[in-house]
Design a protein around this ligand. Structure first.
Ligand SMILES: NC(=O)c1ccc[n+]([C@@H]2O[C@H](COP(=O)([O-])OP(=O)(O)OC[C@H]3O[C@@H](n4cnc5c(N)ncnc54)[C@H](OP(=O)(O)O)[C@@H]3O)[C@@H](O)[C@H]2O)c1
Length: 343
């Protein structure tokens, strides 16, 4: 495992003694641990809880809803009904649970429609304050947090690793999210944990499945392709997000990119998705038109966003993807070929 000290402070390594002590603590029951999952009912939280239980872990999962708490109990997990923005309530729930590992999967992004300033601000609070409360309330626990693979500053290189600079002064929500994950990752790293920088989710429960909001926009011709479409998107099937999160309970340090092998230019993936959804090719939009109607964030996503390399995560976590190529994954999730396209 690499022990280099990269220039980006959010990926600085904790010291070896702390790290070894935390791993020993996790191994004492043969790898079975008591896990507190904050955000147990989301696109990733739900399948993650199922896999943790299957693997023999004990799970305490959070939700704000009594109904979803009952779903968690029916799955075999314990449930904590709590608003993670209420620091005292979250701290009390964590202390009651006495977890050996905490997993942060909280976001306040909408199920449909673009996230606005309010949702991004709430998501930043969940990332920064929510994570801080989790770490403070379970000081000996292994920490795993949800981060983002597509927030690095464009510098002309098509693919970035984890040492690339975060785009903290990026346009709109790019800068907001980059600053939030910078602070969150620094806290997680200091606690000896790992931040998993997931790519764009696709698959069940996400914006990109047949009925998902973004897939519907593409299917109905509402999603334009801006400029040359050379912004590269790191994609990730939710099943692969889950399969990377399990080994992260034991291994991995700093920040790791969790995405597939083929970061794809928008000019490639968007027409491919449209074809699978039975739609016409996406309408084209010039950069000035996009700046006027949607703003600089969309232009960045479509024209300058760098892709991400998953090489470090594969090495550190020993992680193998079920869906290494988004094309096959899209065929499975967006196309009409389910039976023909299992991984
Ligand atoms: N990397 C990515 O591409 C990425 C990352 C995240 C989300 N997304 C997208 O976001 C969309 C929305 O997904 P989703 O609604 O299922 O959400 P989600 O982002 O997958 O999960 C949100 C989780 O956070 C919890 N939560 C939110 N606010 C909370 C609060 N104040 N206190 C406690 N818990 C809180 C929710 O619990 P309760 O609501 O049960 O309380 C839920 O468990 C998905 O379609 C996905 O594609 C994408």
């Amino acid at each position: 495992m690499s022990r280099c000290v990269p220039s980006n402070p959010s990926v600085r390594r904790p010291n070896d003694a702390d790290d070894a002590e935390k791993r020993d603590r996790l191994r004492w029951r043969g790898g079975r641990v008591r896990v507190f999952v904050a955000g147990a009912t989301g696109a990733l939280g739900r399948p993650l809880v199922a896999r943790l239980l299957e693997a023999g872990h004990e799970v305490v999962g959070t939700t704000r809803s009594e109904e979803r708490a009952n779903d968690l109990r029916a799955q075999g997990a314990e449930a904590a009904v709590v608003d993670a923005l209420d620091a005292d309530a979250l701290a009390a729930a964590v202390r009651r649970a006495r977890p050996e590992a905490v997993v942060q999967q909280l976001t306040a992004l909408p199920k449909a429609g673009a996230a606005g300033e309010r949702e991004h601000a709430a998501t930043s609070r969940l990332r920064i304050e929510g994570t801080r409360t989790l770490l403070r309330s379970a000081p000996g626990a292994r920490a795993v947090a949800q981060s983002v693979a597509f927030l690095t500053r464009p510098d002309g290189r098509p693919i970035h690793d984890e040492d690339a600079e975060l785009y903290v002064d990026g346009p709109g929500s790019v800068g907001v999210n980059a600053r939030a994950v910078r602070d969150m990752e620094a806290d997680v790293t200091k606690a000896g944990g790992v931040s998993l920088r997931y790519g764009f989710f696709y698959g069940p429960g996400t914006w990109y499945h047949r009925e998902g909001a973004s897939a519907r926009d593409i299917a109905e011709g509402r999603a334009p392709l801006v400029g040359d479409g050379q912004g590269r998107w790191p994609w990730l099937h939710v099943d692969d997000a889950v399969s990377a999160t399990l080994p992260a309970l034991e291994r991995g340090e700093g920040a790791l990119n969790i995405c597939d092998d083929e970061p794809a230019p928008v000019a490639e993936w968007m027409p491919y998705a449209a074809r699978l959804l039975g739609a016409d090719p996406p309408p084209r939009m010039t950069i000035p038109e996009a700046l006027e109607t949607a703003g600089p964030k969309l232009v960045h996503y479509h024209t300058t966003m760098p892709g991400a390399s998953n090489a470090r995560a594969k090495g550190e976590l020993g992680w193998a993807l079920s869906w290494p190529d988004w094309r096959r994954g899209f065929e499975h999730e967006l196309g009409d070929q389910r039976a023909a396209s299992s991984p």
